[in-house]
Design a protein around this ligand. Sequence first.
Ligand code: IBG
Length: 224
Amino acid sequence: MAAKPKLHYPNGRGRMESVRWVLAAAGVEFDEEFLETKEQLQKLQDGNHLLFQQVPMVEIDGMKLVQTRSILHYIAEKHHLFGKDLKERTLIDMYVEGTLDLLELIIMHPFLKPDDQQKEVNLTLIVKKAKTRYFPAFEKILNDHGEDFLVGNKFSWADIQLLEAILMVEELDASVLSHFPLLKAFKARISNIPTIKKFLQPGSPRKPPADSHYVEVVRGILQF
Ligand code: IBG
C-alpha cells in the first residue's frame, strides 16, 4: 500500500487548507508534520527539501511537491477531479483560480498589523467582493447550465474549492448567500458528499480560522 501523503505546514489553514480539502474530498488519508519554529523551517530548507525554500510542501508518491497550485493540480488529476478534456480542465482551472483569489484575501487578513487602519475595511471589502464579483459569477454558471456541479455535470476540484470559499466567507458574514439560492443549494449538496461530510465533522484535519496564537506562531516561523 502506498504511504500516506505527508503535509508540511504550520498547524493552521494558510495556503495548505485547500490541499487538505482536496485530499479529504478524494477520500485520501494524510499525515501532517506541523512547523512550529523557524528552526524547523530552516532544517527543511537546509536539507534541500523545499525547492524554493517555501512551504506548503507535500511528500507524495516519492516526490516532495511545492507550490500550492501544482500540489492541488497533481492531487486533482490523480483522483479524477480535473475534468475529462482540455475544455473542462480549463473551466475548472478558471473557476479554481477565481476562488483562490478570494481565499487569498481571507488568508492574508489575520496577518495585517493590528494597528493597520485597513483591517476592518478589508474585511468588509472581502465580503463585498464575494457578493458582487465571485458569488454572482458562480450563481450564473449554475443557473446557465442547470446542473448539480460546476463543470461537466460531475464532481470536480472546482466544486471543492467553491465550497471551501463559501464556508470561509460565511464565517465573516453568515447571511452572505441570502441572495444566491443556487449557491445555497450547491452548498447543501456538496456538503453532503460522504467524504466532504466527514471532513466537515469535528475531529477532522480541517483547521479552524486563524486565531492570535496561530498568527504569532507563523510570524515567529517566517520572521515578519
Ligand atoms: N507561491 C507559493 C505557493 O503557493 O506555494 C508561495 C508559498 C509561500 O508564500 N510560503 C510561505 C513561506 O514558506 C509560507 S505561507 N515563506 C518562507 C520564505 O522564506 O519565503 C505564508 C502565508 C501564510 C498565510 I502562513 C497567508 C499567506 C501566506
